[in-house]
Design a protein. Structure first.
Lengths: 112, 110
């Protein structure tokens, strides 16, 4: 398996909902990333997990909460989101921190 | 601070014409640079990295440290090259992050 998979592909949620995005890779990569991408803009890094250690982009609000159950899985828990959080959420992985990153197809999130 | 500049937001060429997508970077250390491509309705994928010095789909990119550039070139553009291209700076950055340029939308007309 040489791909990063993400579920769901699309998600619509209200501002009071709690939902989770899932990301999985079986390439033995030890670093995984969450990015947010608005339309026609470059991806912006949100979180990095490397060897199960979390690094945070400090500009990311606390309504986004990452979780790394094991080295192959990365979740992004969403709670009390705002309409401006609507975006494409991309997961990526790399063999080591700073190596070439492989991206998943993304989850298209709409917050109503 | 690390920074990547792609001066052209949009670039259009005719099929068979040469194409050059510009990328300049700002980084005091030894950079690692990438070109990523995003075709319509497809995932972001790596096209080139400077250390591999490969030619992928006819594209090449040379790192010019003197001009701090990593321009992407192809001598004869094809319609299937139409996509969004992102230049990214990777090495030595904090959090292992990729610093992306704003992207250049390339359209190749028939």
């Amino acid at each position: 398996d040489t791909e990063v998979t993400q579920t769901p592909k699309h998600l619509v949620m209200g501002m009071t909902n709690k939902k989770s995005l899932k990301c999985e890779q079986h390439m033995g990569h030890r670093a995984m990333y969450w990015y947010k991408q608005k339309a026609k803009k470059p991806p912006e890094l949100m979180f990095v997990y490397s060897y199960e250690k979390l690094s945070i982009n400090e500009s990311v609000p606390s309504r986004f909460s990452p979780e790394c159950p094991n080295s192959s899985l990365l979740n992004l828990h969403l709670h009390a989101l705002q309409p401006e959080d609507s975006a494409l959420y991309l997961c990526a992985s790399s063999l080591r921190l700073g190596d070439e990153q492989f991206f998943g197809p993304g989850t298209r999130l709409t917050v109503l | 601070a690390q920074r990547v500049t792609q001066p052209e937001k949009l670039l259009s060429v005719f099929k068979g014409a040469p194409v050059e997508l510009k990328c300049n970077y700002s980084y005091s250390g030894s950079p690692e640079l990438f070109w990523y491509v995003q075709y319509s309705r497809q995932r972001l994928q790596l096209l080139l990295r400077h250390i591999s010095r490969e030619s992928i789909k006819g594209f090449t990119a040379d790192l010019n440290k003197g001009e701090t550039s990593f321009h992407l070139k192809k001598p004869f553009a094809q319609e299937e090259d139409s996509a969004m291209y992102y230049c990214a700076l990777g090495r030595g950055s904090t959090l292992g992050r990729l610093y992306f340029g704003r992207g250049t939308q390339l359209t190749v007309w028939p």
